[in-house]
Design a protein around this ligand. Structure first.
Ligand code: FAD
Length: 192
């Protein structure tokens, strides 16, 4: 029978790797499983200003691999695979992955969040053809075109600011009387 890890972590974002770093330093036999790439949502952040230890900010695509590098250096195992299902065998958690079964005494689920859907007509039909959830991924497709960004929070404004380098015009559509984003982003938007 395959080795039973002390701990398996599902998800290689900032949360998963933070848990992994603590586990590895505690000398747990720990394995982190990530289905896409180290970093998670961080990979979509062009410039992160509020992560401690980076006084000049850091690009998401730089931070992602650094999270993995630090954790692995401390002894965390990392596997690139999807976890499809989890079941209990007594007290052991058995994970069904793209590379077979993985067994663990403890499991941390750090799978992040998924994009909010608006639920409006055409949203699914035009996904990837004008509708996007990621400015860094798709921004260049909207060169010299007017773009609307839905939402008034940090992520929306971050995306909107990024899009200004491509789009002819960026319109933020939000439902409150004020922006929910932190003042730094909201003021940048207002040009103050
Ligand atoms: C455009 C944008 C800009 C942002 N800017 C900032 C910023 O400047 N500052 C800031 O503090 N925050 C920012 N954020 C928010 C920040 O990126 C997230 O809060 C943070 O990355 C969440 O980390 P997490 O580890 O909880 O989840 P995630 O980063 O979502 O990681 C979850 C991981 O789990 C993996 N996963 C999910 N299901 C499975 C499965 N079944 N099997 C294997 N793997 C799985 C996913 O592939 C993913 O890699 C921004 C977010 C976005 C989208």
């Amino acid at each position: 029978m395959a080795e039973t890890y002390d701990l398996v972590i599902i998800g290689g974002g900032a949360a998963g790797f933070t848990a992994g770093i603590y586990a590895a330093r505690d000398r747990c036999r720990a394995l982190l499983l990530e289905r896409v790439a180290a970093g998670g949502q961080v990979l979509n952040c062009e410039h992160i200003e509020n992560y401690p230890g980076f006084p000049d900010g850091v690009a998401g695509y730089t931070l992602g691999p650094l999270l993995q590098q630090q954790a692995m250096k401390l002894g965390l195992g990392v596997g690139l695979t999807d976890v499809d299902a989890v079941r209990l065998e007594g007290e052991v958690k058995v994970l069904q992955t793209g590379n077979g079964e993985v067994r663990a005494h403890a499991l941390i689920i750090a799978t992040g969040s998924s994009f909010t859907q608006l639920g409006v007509p055409g949203e699914e039909t035009f996904l990837g053809r004008g509708v996007s959830h990621c400015a860094a991924c798709d921004g260049a497709m909207f060169m010299e075109q007017p773009v609307a960004v839905i939402g008034g929070g940090d992520a929306a404004l971050d995306e909107a600011l990024y899009l200004t380098q491509y789009a002819s015009q960026v319109t933020i559509v939000h439902r409150r009387d004020t922006l929910r984003a932190c003042r730094l982003l909201a003021r940048t938007r207002a040009g103050e």
